[in-house]
Write a protein of this length. Structure first.
Length: 317
């Protein structure tokens, strides 16, 4: 394990590349419908994800590039309900039963989603059986239960645990420790709110084997807490800070085989849906185009059916 430098929020911000960021608006950045496993028993559901156009997260995590999809000013009042309405109006068929409202930030932070808009948002999604939003584990407030009580369906909150390797978690500038995450889960569970979480595969400072090992251990920890759905996310460059660490020899992205190997080791865990994030899978090193196509097919099948028939060895990954 390599020792990482402590980069402040301002240092991380200054390392960002120049990119064209969205302006505030009343239409979302995009939307998609995916098939997702409901449980370990082969039950599937369609999930509508709306990528909302909102303001930037106040946290500056070392590995995060979601700021690219946010604007710098606070989210205008009424913008988020308008975006959801716009997205739903474009559906040609009956909407899926589940919906994700992903704003690349914290759903219950007033600067990202105005508190005054939560009632209107609840009305917009009144027809869905499950509403999934993303939030930092330390952004826990009464707005969560207020919003939950206005929904007809169940509420699920997606939170980044990232890793249970505490020195690495500290250096990620997440402003989070394991107790924070555990307290957030307990608070949500006590109010009948489900949790899904994100686990990083090979954060900075880890070798390939260490990256897989700590990913597996982190998934096991989240499963023991009672998290309903765990998504394994390979750490990818593109935010400036990771490129800086890569130049220093402190970061190397995981290979595609790492992802398959990690999933193989944990997908059997009971009572929790475990998936591999396939976004930009082709950017992971170590495979030809044909191999990546085959791997995507295997991992997508594993995500849906919660079993993986083939994977690379640990030495290959």
């Amino acid at each position: 394990m390599q020792n990482l430098p402590s980069l402040s929020s301002e240092a991380i911000r200054l390392l960002r590349p120049d990119v064209l960021r969205p302006e505030p608006g009343r239409s979302p950045l995009g939307m998609e419908i995916e098939v997702e496993a409901v449980d370990k028993f082969g039950n599937l559901t369609d999930v509508l994800t709306i990528f909302l156009r909102g303001s930037e997260c106040s946290y500056r995590c070392l590995m995060c590039d979601l700021w690219k999809y946010t604007h710098r000013d606070p989210t205008p009042r009424g913008a988020i309900p308008a975006q959801i309405t716009d997205a739903l109006s474009k559906l040609n068929d009956l909407p899926p039963k589940w919906i994700k409202l992903y704003n690349a930030s914290n759903f219950f932070s007033p600067g990202n989603v105005p508190t005054q808009d939560l009632s209107a948002i609840a009305t917009c999604v009144s027809g869905f059986e499950r509403v999934i939003v993303e939030n930092h584990p330390r952004v826990i407030n009464s707005s969560i239960t207020d919003f939950q009580q206005q929904l007809n369906g169940e509420l699920e909150i997606a939170m980044g645990l990232e890793t249970i390797h505490e020195p690495t978690l500290f250096k990620l500038n997440k402003q989070l420790d394991l107790d924070d995450f555990k307290r957030a889960c307990e608070w949500l569970f006590a109010r009948n709110i489900s949790v899904r979480c994100f686990i990083l595969l090979r954060p900075p400072g880890m070798t390939r084997l260490e990256g897989v090992e700590w990913c597996v251990r982190s998934v096991e920890y989240a499963q023991r807490l009672g998290v309903r759905h765990i998504s394994i996310i390979p750490v990818r460059g593109g935010n400036g800070a990771l490129e800086n660490l890569q130049e220093l020899g402190l970061f190397e992205p995981p290979t595609a085989e790492c992802l398959e190997n990690a999933l193989q080791q944990v997908i059997h865990l009971p009572k929790v849906v475990i998936t591999a994030d396939l976004w930009n899978l082709e950017q992971l090193a170590g495979n030809s185009t044909e191999e990546i196509t085959a791997l995507r097919r295997r991992l997508d099948n594993a995500n849906r059916h919660q079993r993986l028939s083939r994977c690379a060895s640990a030495d290959d990954g």
